[in-house]
Design a protein around this ligand. Structure first.
Ligand SMILES: Nc1ncnc2c1ncn2[C@@H]1O[C@H](COP(=O)(O)OP(=O)(O)O)[C@@H](O)[C@H]1O
Ligand SMILES: O=C(O)C1=C[C@@H](OP(=O)(O)O)[C@@H](O)[C@H](O)C1
Ligand SMILES: [Mg+2]
Length: 172
């Protein structure tokens, strides 16, 4: 069964695009973060606060493997860190997997995250100045993992529908 995986930094649009793509190609969509929250009945923020990031990364890897092993066609919207831990990046080239890196500039990410950070514990407490620096360094460190994706779609200055159509073209 085919697994279409969307990956990229926080704010690049994984959850949004996966949801719209699902409606367009009529394949069910799962947001990995949401699946994790459902599994432990805690928000991402609370998981980080109560159990820490290492626990979250173990859970994230477990749930990602569960989704990859499901018998259904699925679109999976990852969390921004998923490819960067537990050798998850090696799963981006698996059989029956199509992985797409939604690549955004630091400016695009900053503009989207500046008023969208409260549910992202890694940046929730950062000032705008701190966030710009953090995103630039973090994105640099993570690009090695993101670049294991089979395809790359630039999302800057594109509407949600334009990005969805870029992915539909890849899947054709
Ligand atoms: N193509 C787009 N154009 C403008 N805003 C977008 C686009 N894609 C996503 N967004 C917005 O960016 C924010 C982050 O999107 P989200 O899907 O949560 O990203 P991710 O899951 O990659 O962190 C949301 O407010 C969303 O509405
Ligand atoms: O980049 C990261 O390490 C994270 C990204 C988040 O998902 P989004 O990319 O959907 O914000 C979520 O998994 C958690 O806050 C950690
Ligand atoms: Mg998301």
């Amino acid at each position: 069964m085919k697994k279409i995986i969307l990956l990229g930094y926080m704010g690049c649009g994984k959850s949004t695009i996966a949801n719209k793509l699902s409606k367009n190609i009529e394949i069910p969509f799962v947001d990995l973060d949401k699946k994790i929250e459902e599994k432990v009945n805690l928000s991402i923020n609370d998981i980080f606060e109560k159990y820490g990031e290492i626990y979250f990364r173990k859970l994230e890897h477990e749930v990602f493997i569960e989704l990859l092993n499901s018998p259904d066609n699925l679109i999976i919207g990852l969390g921004g860190g998923t490819p960067c831990y537990a050798n998850n990046h090696e799963l981006l080239k698996g059989d029956n997997v199509v992985s797409v890196y939604l690549k955004a500039s630091i400016e695009t990410l900053f503009n989207r995250l500046a008023h969208n950070k409260s549910k992202r514990p890694l940046i929730a407490d950062k000032s705008d100045e701190e966030m710009k620096e953090f995103i630039a360094k973090h994105l640099f460190d993570r690009s090695f993992y993101y670049n294991h994706a089979q395809y790359k779609v630039i999302v800057d200055d594109k509407t949600i529908d334009q990005t969805v159509m870029d992915i539909v073209t890849i899947l054709a």
